[in-house]
Write a protein that binds this ligand. Sequence first.
Ligand SMILES: CC(C)(COP(=O)(O)OP(=O)(O)OC[C@H]1O[C@@H](n2cnc3c(N)ncnc32)[C@H](O)[C@@H]1OP(=O)(O)O)[C@@H](O)C(=O)NCCC(=O)NCCS
Length: 150
Amino acid sequence: MTEEITLRRAIAEDVDDILAVEKSLDGAKIYSALTDRNEILEAISSSFFYVILRNAKIIGDVSYEMKDENHAHISGLALTPEFQGRGIAKQAIKMILEKLKDVNVIDLVTHPENERSINLYASFGFKKEGEPKENYFGDGQPRIRMVLRK
Ligand SMILES: CC(C)(COP(=O)(O)OP(=O)(O)OC[C@H]1O[C@@H](n2cnc3c(N)ncnc32)[C@H](O)[C@@H]1OP(=O)(O)O)[C@@H](O)C(=O)NCCC(=O)NCCS
């Protein structure tokens, strides 16, 4: 079954809904949640930050930054637990990659044990690059880089 979702650029008024999504994921070793309002507001204003909507309700977020005109960095992807495992992130990433169709290098970092995220990105052709970097976000946990080169 394909779920109907849409992406919309986030605005400051979305901050509480985004916070609720992120807080629902807080505490997992493999994911560093955005649990600070100001951090979310900063991300909305400084990156291409989208909310994932289903039936007009915010159920997730996905974001990227342009490092230069040919290099995009996917800085976030999160779905509330009840909507995980239904192919929604796959659809959202497909939509983001469509927006980035003219960008040659797209990368991200993820936890080396975050199988879902690694499988998801691998299914679009992203490949692990280099060795995991320890304590990447300062939370004591490693991250591995994945890169899509076109
Ligand atoms: C990672 C995350 C965004 C994936 O979202 P999702 O909607 O559950 O993923 P999807 O249902 O679209 O599945 C996409 C792919 O992930 C993989 N996947 C899904 N469930 C999986 C599982 N239980 N175990 C391993 N891989 C799995 C599969 O490759 C799947 O593709 P397929 O259906 O063609 O096999 C979501 O689980 C999440 O928000 N996790 C917490 C936050 C997080 O870790 N974000 C990523 C940071 S880089």
